[in-house]
Design a protein around this ligand. Sequence first.
Ligand SMILES: Cc1cc2nc3c(=O)[nH]c(=O)nc-3n(C[C@H](O)[C@H](O)[C@H](O)COP(=O)(O)OP(=O)(O)OC[C@H]3O[C@@H](n4cnc5c(N)ncnc54)[C@H](O)[C@@H]3O)c2cc1C
Length: 366
Amino acid sequence: MERVGVAVVGAGPAGSLAARAAAEAGVRTVVLDHRTELGHPVQCGEFVPSPRELADLFPVPDLIRTAFDIPPNTVLRETRWMSCVSPYGHRFRFPLEGFTVSRRAFDKALAVRAEGAGAELRFPVGVTAIHDDEVRCADGSVLRADVIIGADGPISTVGRSVGFAPSRAMFRMITATVDGPLADEIDLFFGRAAPHGYAWWFPRAHDANVGLGVHHLAPGASLDRLLDRFLREQRYGPARERTRWWVPVGAPPESLVFGRALLAGDAANLVMATNGGGIPTAMLSGWLAGTAAAHHLVGGAPLAEYDRAWRAALYGPLERAARIQHFGDRVMGVDPLLALGMRYIGVSGLDAMMRLRWPSRLGRNS
Ligand SMILES: Cc1cc2nc3c(=O)[nH]c(=O)nc-3n(C[C@H](O)[C@H](O)[C@H](O)COP(=O)(O)OP(=O)(O)OC[C@H]3O[C@@H](n4cnc5c(N)ncnc54)[C@H](O)[C@@H]3O)c2cc1C
């Protein structure tokens, strides 16, 4: 039976960064993904903050320089502003540098970098379960690995196999591309557009990524109907290429090490709860998982090094974001209350929340 040092399940941002880190350290690394085309279909809003903005959220500049390296040829537009739009259309606008990227190109580019570092990509290969050092695949083959990294997204087969049961809320998401106005600004819409969630407008090169995510759907409601109403009310064009998927939010878990298995990215519930962004945290946690696997295999370090590393880099801001989101959720279902709350905390408060910090008007500082 074939044996490798590291088997990475999933070639999204987390998996490709994990594979690159392990392969660069000289470990034989194989990445398995069940997609026939990496990065497609796109199930994402495709926005990433600039590395400078990310370093304001997670003060780990060296890690960000190494692991959050956005492939330049995947960038569709540079954006400079974010607006949070209240249920009655009031705009709160603040500076936020970032990019929209083509996820279809982005995931491929990150995977190619991992391959360039020496990792072997295998797709389409679905993983059905892991058991101790065995990675069992849908075609009946089995791969043995000293370390297994689960980077297989929110519905994680690896997570399920190792008994990972995070306390998490899943947001139901729908996304599409449409024609409409293009600017250097991204917009988040709160209120009836997406009760207990938000809708977005993220301009790409020639069209825009729109979508919405909600915590739960009222009886009789559907993601498609919510999206259609949002597009109509904002006078955007008809939706193309609709996809639906999940985003895990909620507090980060305590540990992501399960024997020889490590979890990263969405599989590990590492999403920023106040803005739903998970690409940067997937890349950072993936890199740390791959690095810890390599240190274990090359230098004999305990795999628990991964827990120490990701907790030091990500835990504090993610945990705070989950508490802020939980607090805000109380007013999110009632438009007049939500509009009042947005006015009360104001532009600086919304800016703070998007940066995973408490609004100063709520009088909390941790
Ligand atoms: C609609 C929507 C909009 C979003 N918008 C944004 C945004 O604008 N910005 C942002 O930062 N985040 C956004 N997110 C979140 C972001 O997409 C995720 O946090 C990010 O993709 C996580 O990366 P990952 O590598 O952990 O997982 P994924 O990107 O989900 O990658 C997992 C990979 O594993 C593969 N896989 C899964 N199961 C198996 C299996 N059993 N066997 C083999 N392969 C498997 C999949 O094919 C996939 O390639 C959005 C999410 C959704 C759903």
